[in-house]
Design a protein around this ligand. Sequence first.
Ligand code: NAD
Length: 289
Amino acid sequence: DKKVVLITGCSSGIGLSLAVRLASDPDKTFKVYATMRNLAKKERLLECVKSLHKDTLDILQMDVTVRQSILDARDRVAEKRVDILVCNAGVGLTGPLEVQSLDSMRRILEVNLFGTIQTIQAFLPGMKARGRGRILVTGSTGGLQGLPFNEVYCASKFAIEGACESLAVLLQHFNIHVTLIECGPVNTDFLVNLQRAELGDASLQQVDALTLSLYEKYLRHCGDVFQNAAQDTEDIVKVFLEAIQSASPAFRYFSGGGVPPLTKLKITDPDGSRYIRALSKIMFSAEDQ
Ligand code: NAD
């Protein structure tokens, strides 16, 4: 029997790459349900799987913020079970905190936090009843360490850590493995899709000069990091595969191999001051400024 995999957020990025890789598995191990909020965006995925047999991939509509759409997608899984659930959909929000509207902050939590949780809720009873299952969640360095100008995004990803860790403790009694794939910067549409305050925006006119100059440095730093250090989605997919193929997957995998050095600082220096100084230095003290 094929392993039935359902993935959220497959119109681009990590979700798309993972869906393509699993659906084109040479041994046809997987039946993939690639879900996306907006089916009008399915062309890119279809383009990547053109040569595939239809029996390893189906595309379903699913908006993780709409409970009924999750339940409808679940009901359309022909096998009537999902062995591996991948909660991947997510959005970013960048800019000085004082300009973020409550609506835009809510939106991030709706997708990243409640979207992930209510997706898990929908598939949990089935997994518990069968006494097996895998839940993989795309985590982020921003869920392990704070990043200036990303307060709400980090809050959403930190929250995911708490939710998943709590669940993992319980679900081992049901033979259900919860796994976070912690990603650093990845070359995807994430930067295009995120809500980001731009330097010329009217909303930034009220913001003080020091914040704006630090934000400018942040944007430059972020641009450099994505240009020089970002991983490709294929690298991330390999880590997902390692977790999927392991008989007993760990709770956390780090896309770059080990724990990122700055995240380590949080563990070796739990009062937090070294982390805060180190990140500030890295982000804000570039020489040309
Ligand atoms: P992406 O923007 O290409 O993919 C995110 C996907 O989520 C998109 O396809 C988008 O349509 C979908 N999505 C957004 N709202 C949705 C909703 N309400 N319902 C269903 N789908 C929805 O970016 P990505 O980098 O592939 O992001 C995937 C995950 O990886 C996210 O959770 C993100 O936080 C995480 N991540 C990304 C990076 C990075 O640098 N790209 C780093 C760490 C973690």
